[in-house]
Design a protein around this ligand. Sequence first.
Ligand SMILES: Cc1ncc(COP(=O)(O)O)c(C=O)c1O
Length: 305
Amino acid sequence: MKLPTSGWIWMNGEFVQWQDAKIHVLSHVVHYGTSWFEGIRAYDTKRGTAIFRLPEHIKRLERSMKIYHTEMPYSAHEIEEVCKETLRRNNLKSAYLRPVAWRGYAEMGISPLPCPVEVSVAAWELGAYLGEAAERGANVCISSWNRLPPNTMPAIAKAGGNYMNAQLMKMEAIRNGYDEALTLDIYGNVSEASGANVFVVYDGVLYTPPIGDSLLLGITRDTILTLAKDLLIEVKETLIPRGMIHVADEIFLAGTAVEINWVKSVDKQLVGNGTQGEITQKLKTRMADITQNGLDSYKWLSFVE
Ligand SMILES: Cc1ncc(COP(=O)(O)O)c(C=O)c1O
């Protein structure tokens, strides 16, 4: 994601110029990874700019913080309004929004509790997260790194520190010429990708790993489960053993940044016949009805007047 160099960022209650949105080098977050964040998309729909599932994202942010005994110093409503205002201030019709909260500067030590909670919201334009892999299909590997076991760091929190694990996966993938990595849980079942959830189609049934399988409870994941049920596609949230990845008919990644990105190959072996599958395509079309045409029967769009 290339970042812009100018614009407005909301930081601790006010809008500041892009280059002034700074923190102290001795902030707790810099040393101990103490942050929680969201990635949210706003779409330029036929009915105007709308933020996709905004309340659900802000709720998840509060929950990520709660696990770490940290209270958001602004109400959910305030942060939602800030997200909308950030788009307006920067004249963005479609964007990727990044609310982030962190523990700031006060004392040095592992306990974050003495350090103030700071919050900011930034937004910028974002195309396809995996670039040309959106069209040609992603070539993924199975990472040699495992996802975080549940009693180490809670994968359910979208916490900055968790992404050290994701970085190891992603760097390994890039260095070996892949677009993205799938990781396994410590038992060898498929968990998720470095920044997305994973879905597998096998004999017409849509599979995704269950919530306890070291993964982030993706809002896109939830969206797909809802759309699939309405499309009368059979869905199973169940453990996916590694072997199943090699014989799947379709695989796709699902997340706010990546949206729905079909997977062409895993460890250089083609998935199915190496083209985008029918169920993946159906779900993408349904998503486009919402994000492009602005159809909102699920009440998932927060329009920005
Ligand atoms: C590790 C991880 N898993 C899954 C997802 C997908 O979550 P969502 O659909 O809420 O963006 C993301 C992206 O936010 C992620 O970083």
